[in-house]
Design a protein around this ligand. Structure first.
Ligand code: SF4
Ligand code: SF4
Length: 446
């Protein structure tokens, strides 16, 4: 790519400048060998250029890219972003705010990677390029970014945020903010939405330290705040299936947030900590994104997403959920679809609930815009992508939406609430356990 071609790529459209944008019991994870388990060193410029050079610029990925679909700007496409990274790493392009905005606009949903016939490792390339960028950032700014990410991936901070969310909503402060129309200010609107959703999803998770557990349940940094109900439901269901669950007292982060935001060393440390806590035990998690990240560690390659895990258990014939005459739309997070091989197990589990009408959310191959910290950092694009989901939701009028990823759950929940829709957003396991408990309550009342 010539320098003029690369410059033309960033400058072609003015529209975008406004968008700153398995196995049963053999699932035991490998015992931790720390020296072997350490992750590969940060990718060098040469490594990254090697990955980028795999791209033959065929453009077959373009129709699959959600950001390109919105802006129709080559620099917001996978091919364009790869070209920008090449231009930057070979010193033909400067890392201007505009170039950075195009790279930051990527959701890392990896739809392009799945579509690429040349098998370009796009996710690895963008993670590596972001790490190079962060390394070149002035120390104070890097420190500030790192501190924010550290807070967002800290269970204690997230728990505190959840308590604040309860106060914010419970005292009526949230309604005051709406009445005063303060949500017209972007930063207030973003935090208002997040707090409103956290007030619904948060639920304390108690440690359950036992030695003879059949599985470790992964909680992670945001498990209690964003998926507290799912964790409680998983424990309940496992115990009904005769499985003993251990919940470690250390709620450690998987590191995904740091990895996708340019802090690979912090991400490696976090994942290493997970291997310390959970290595050598069967590990199951309710968050598809965390499980995808954990599986990259040599000691945790057999970590399982909870629906896959439960689908493979032997269910007693007597364990049948109560019927539910409701319509469910199944949202499939990118991490589940692209990194864990799809969510067929979610559909099989939900099929256990008699009378439940289950359908996949249309365009499940398109990211909803949550994408880790993306919903905070790129609120316009995140809202535009969410609006596409809401269009289908308004059209199909489900009673319940289920998803296996905490970020997607918060984003979708905020969207349905803002739209005034009376729709629940749940983890699939929550729904199953609710129907099981419903049956138990009914029979004990007879
Ligand atoms: S499909 Fe693959 S090779 Fe083709 S432009 Fe996209 S990333 Fe490059
Ligand atoms: S990861 Fe997603 S948003 Fe980023 S370039 Fe690929 S398809 Fe587009």
């Amino acid at each position: 790519m010539t320098p003029s071609r690369a410059r033309a790529l960033i400058g072609r459209s003015s529209r975008t400048s406004s968008i700153t944008l398995h196995c049963q019991e053999s699932a035991l994870n490998t015992p931790v060998n720390l020296s072997a388990a350490r992750s590969a060193p940060r990718l060098s410029n040469q490594d990254l250029l090697g990955l980028a050079d795999q791209c033959v610029k065929c453009g077959l990925c373009l129709p699959h890219c959600p950001t390109y679909a919105k802006t129709r700007h080559e620099a917001d496409s996978p091919r364009g972003r790869i070209a920008l990274v090449q231009g930057w790493l070979t010193d033909r392009l400067e890392m201007t705010p505009r170039l950075a905005a195009h790279l930051d606009g990527c959701l890392l949903c990896r739809a392009c990677e799945s579509a690429c016939p040349s098998l370009v490792a796009y996710g690895r390339l963008l993670d590596g390029a972001r790490a190079q960028r962060v390394a070149a950032t002035p120390v104070r700014r890097r420190f500030r970014i790192g501190r924010r990410l550290g807070a967002l991936s800290n269970a204690r901070v997230m728990d505190t945020l959840s308590r604040l969310a309860s106060v914010y909503v419970g005292t009526g402060l949230a309604r005051l903010v709406e009445a005063a129309r303060l949500i017209r200010f972007r930063s207030i609107a973003t935090h208002h939405r997040l707090l409103g959703a956290l007030a619904v999803t948060a639920r304390p998770v108690a440690a359950h330290q036992i030695d003879d557990a059949d599985l470790d349940l992964f909680v992670g940094c945001s498990g209690a705040s964003a998926q507290g109900g799912a964790i409680a439901a998983t424990r309940t269901l496992c115990e009904r299936l005769g499985l003993r669950v251990r919940i470690a007292s250390d709620a450690v982060c998987c590191g995904a947030m740091q990895r996708h935001n340019g802090f690979p060393e912090a991400a490696d440390r976090a994942r290493e900590q997970c291997a310390h806590v959970h290595g050598g035990r069967p590990l199951v998690g309710v968050s598809s994104a965390c499980i995808a990240e954990l599986r990259e560690h040599p000691a945790l390659t057999r970590a399982q997403e909870v629906c896959d895990y439960l689908d493979r258990r032997n269910w007693p014939e007597t364990l049948v959920p109560a019927p539910l005459r409701r319509r469910v739309l199944v949202h499939e997070p990118c991490s589940h679809r692209r990194l864990l091989g799809g969510n067929a197990a979610v559909h099989r589990l939900l099929a256990r609930i008699p009378d439940l009408e289950v359908a996949p959310m249309p365009e499940n191959d398109r990211c909803c815009g949550a994408a880790g910290t993306y919903l905070l950092d790129q609120p316009e694009m995140a809202a535009a992508l969410l609006e596409d989901k809401l269009h289908h939701i308004r059209d199909l009028k489900p009673d319940i939406i289920v998803t296996t990823n905490p970020g997607c759950a918060l984003h979708l929940l905020a969207g349905v609430r803002e739209s005034g829709l009376d729709i629940e957003v749940r983890h699939p396991v929550e729904l199953i356990v609710r129907q099981l408990l419903h049956l138990i309550c009914e029979s004990s009342n007879r």
